[in-house]
Ligand binder design. Structure first.
Ligand code: ADE
Length: 242
């Protein structure tokens, strides 16, 4: 991840279940995932060591320089055992891209998953924009994929990168007890989850649905399936329409 604020990723790399995966404390079966935030300033050029500059055309604000970003890509290529630039998939989080959703996550997951192998076919490089954006020439020459996390603007690509990485890690078989493979069709059904309950059994006069305490596993499964449909119909009918 090339970013002007790599510190954004510190809690992400330690907290919660994804943090455990990224810190190596939790293994994903035969897989491991490494996230390496890199300070973009390391690749600044020239006397003033700047990473950004004013916009051509006169508008206010600053733009991240294409040469600095390209320097970052070059440095990454020198770190790994890469044959060529093709071994990297450069992803630019931007409102310009197609919207990040389950299908896009599956597509990215699949294209980087060698079913018979043990490693991802390419390493992903996330470019975190800031300020008014990044020079368009870098986008044209280096960016393989643009992705938006929604139709709104946030102040940089870091949060968007974390949204995507978190979602991707959850798709990996073995993560969070999820043993569904990336090719398992049932795993793709775009339904909401069923509602969940825990103790106490009675909370403010509301009881846990009795079927859940009945011990009938088949009935429980049927109930939960039914609830998934109901909740989706009620809250996200658009998912069913799709
Ligand atoms: N950077 C700023 N806004 C964004 C968005 N909606 N999606 C991805 N990256 C962004």
């Amino acid at each position: 991840v090339l970013s002007l604020f790599p510190e954004f990723f510190e809690p992400f790399q330690t907290a919660g279940v994804v943090g455990k995966v990224l810190s190596g404390e939790r293994k994903l079966g035969q897989w491991s995932v490494e996230l390496i935030p890199v300070q973009l300033r390391n690749f600044s050029l020239g006397h003033y060591k700047s990473v950004d500059d004013t916009l051509y055309g006169g508008s206010a604000g600053m733009v991240i320089r294409a040469d600095v970003l390209a320097n970052g890509i070059q440095w990454i290529l020198e770190q790994g055992e890469y044959q060529s630039r093709e071994d990297l998939e450069v992803i630019f989080p931007t409102p310009r891209g197609p919207r990040w959703d389950h299908d896009l996550a599956m597509e990215l997951g699949r294209s980087h998953f060698k079913p018979q192998g043990t490693c991802f076919s390419k390493d992903l490089v996330f470019i975190c924009g800031r300020y008014e954006g990044i020079d368009e020439r870098f986008v044209q020459k280096y960016v393989d994929k643009m992705v938006s996390i929604g139709d709104y603007v946030i102040s940089g690509g870091e949060l968007a990168t974390m949204v995507m990485v978190d979602g991707l890690i959850r798709l990996v078989p073995g993560c969070l007890g999820n043993n569904a493979s990336l090719r398992d069709e049932s795993f793709q059904r775009p339904l909401l989850d069923y509602p969940v309950y825990t103790k106490p059994r009675v909370f403010e006069e509301m009881e846990v649905p009795s079927v859940l305490t009945s011990g009938h596993h088949k009935e429980i499964a049927r109930y939960q399936e039914q609830k998934r449909l109901e909740l989706t119909q009620k809250y996200r009918p658009d998912l069913l329409a799709d």
